[in-house]
Design a binder for this molecule. Structure first.
Ligand code: NAD
Length: 235
């Protein structure tokens, strides 16, 4: 490893679980009692926009009731102290990493606190409801706003930057993700191609566990701060 190793971290719903945000597959593949096909595809939005807008309006409103936990805070400490390149890629659409404090954070699956205009293509910060055809702040047209969430079948954001960071990374760490959703589930393979060390921190073995050099299993609020202290202590 170089003197200041480059770190890429991928997080999933598991890192927010102890903040009180339910994970995706916690309840038999349902997301908050909804089938993925009913709330997380472009077809679902065309079929029943009211249901989909209501679902994400509720998720967005719920963010006001949760806070970053010890795992989010530890990653923010790591970024602030790290001398090498650091990139945090999250699949999460919540704002808990943002609130913990990061400069190098990419939301590859979009954000609850953003609205995307299907008329003009602009994405803008959005904290209120989207139901009721509000006006786009960019083009001033009503009725075109949708949640700025990457649904199944859509292209994740920031893939060029993520691919470049993985190609140059020395250490790849995956935290709280089931390894079931691609392309994120393939990042460990890209990191291995770059001869990076790979570490999984997850509650239980995931679909991707055999791909990692090392896997530690337990709650993120315990594993992540302990790992961060270890890494910062060994500089
Ligand atoms: P997932 O729900 O498929 O898997 C979560 C993983 O976290 C599981 O492997 C589980 O064992 C692990 N886990 C659960 N509690 C944990 C804990 N306390 N500590 C450590 N690990 C824990 O999540 P995913 O892989 O991120 O894929 C789900 C998709 O659904 C993502 O694309 C995401 O956009 C979306 N989603 C996001 C949120 C959020 O923003 N918080 C919540 C639900 C779903």
């Amino acid at each position: 490893m170089s003197r200041h190793p480059n770190i890429v971290i991928l997080t999933g719903a598991g890192i927010s679980a102890e903040s009180g945000v339910p994970t995706f597959r916690a309840s038999d593949g349902l997301w908050e009692n909804h089938r993925i096909e009913d709330v997380a595809t472009p077809q679902a939005f065309r079929r029943n926009p009211t249901l989909v807008q209501t679902f994400y309006d509720q998720r967005r409103a719920f963010l006001g009731q949760v806070n970053p936990n010890a795992a989010h805070l530890a990653l923010a400490r790591l970024e602030a102290a790290w001398k090498g390149d650091f990139l945090l890629v999250t699949q999460n659409v919540d704002d808990l990493h943002d609130r913990a404090g990061h400069n190098q954070l990419l939301h590859m699956h979009g954000e609850l606190n953003s609205a995307l205009c299907t008329r003009c293509g602009a994405a803008r910060p959005w904290t209120g409801p989207l139901l009721g055809n509000p006006t786009c702040p960019a083009c001033r047209q009503p009725g075109g706003l949708r949640p700025d969430i990457v649904w199944f079948g859509e292209m994740p954001y920031h893939m060029n930057r993520i691919e470049a960071a993985l190609a140059a990374c020395d250490l790849f760490v995956s935290i709280g993700t089931s390894g079931a959703v691609y392309p994120a589930a393939g990042f460990v393979g890209w990191a291995r191609d770059a001869e990076a060390k790979t570490l999984e921190l997850n509650l239980e073995p995931s679909a991707g566990t055999p791909m990692f050099d090392e896997a530690r299993h337990g709650p993120a609020s315990v594993l992540v701060p302990a790992w961060v202290e270890e890494v910062l202590g060994s500089r």
